[in-house]
Write a protein that binds this ligand. Structure first.
Ligand code: SF4
Ligand code: SF4
Length: 193
């Protein structure tokens, strides 16, 4: 029980740090970002059919839609992966999201560029705000949850870094890269206000 309570407390602390990092460092940077994630040049939007239908304003059935997929959308295993053309909700002039604050905004967009998975917090360094302010995030996580293990992804060391709470006040084993992080550098969706 103690472990379970501790886990919840840690999750809340890490979640609070992530929320404040988004608020203070990521969101203010989005309108002036030189490489906006919503252009979908690097990252991939991973969508359910409900999400793709809302975002791309599809009125046909799933079957009909899949027969004539736009070249920027790939269907696989019941998911839809958008890449290579700007998200239709991206206002390129204002560099903002037209569906922000609505049910149409895919859930995955809100997780970028920092994700929490159990005791692990993964940062996607394709976000230039995340890259610039990584030391601040690290410091805030240390202050909130204690000593951290820090690990770069084995396959994509320049893309993903994962922080895991070290047990007993010193670095300890962390989840494997495979379990804590996405399997490809384009597996996550962007986040933009
Ligand atoms: S936040 Fe998501 S929905 Fe909004 S413009 Fe970016 S990719 Fe599109
Ligand atoms: S979330 Fe990061 S990569 Fe995306 S627009 Fe904002 S600062 Fe740029």
């Amino acid at each position: 029980m103690r472990g379970a309570k501790g886990g919840v407390a840690r999750m809340k602390s890490a979640a609070a740090v992530i929320a404040s990092f988004q608020r203070e460092h990521v969101i203010p940077h989005c309108p002036r970002c030189s490489h906006p994630c919503c252009a979908l040049t690097d990252v991939v939007l991973d969508l359910s059919f409900a999400e793709v239908r809302g975002l791309y304003q599809i009125t046909s059935s799933k079957k009909v839609f899949e027969r004539a997929l736009p070249s920027s959308i790939r269907a696989q295993g019941g998911r839809y992966y958008a890449h290579g053309a700007p998200c239709p909700a991206f206002d390129t002039a204002a560099q903002s999201c037209r569906v922000y604050g609505t049910a149409t905004k895919p859930r995955g967009c809100s997780d970028f560029p920092v994700y929490e998975d159990g005791d692990a917090v993964t940062v996607d360094l394709r976000c230039e705000a995340a890259r610039a302010h990584l030391p601040a995030l690290r410091a805030q996580l240390v202050a909130a949850v204690g000593v951290l293990d820090e690990r770069r992804d084995d396959d994509f060391p320049d893309t993903f870094v994962t922080f895991t709470r070290a047990r007993g006040g010193r670095p300890s084993a962390v989840p494997s890269a495979a379990s804590a992080q996405p399997s490809s550098p384009s597996a996550h969706a962007p986040r933009r206000r």
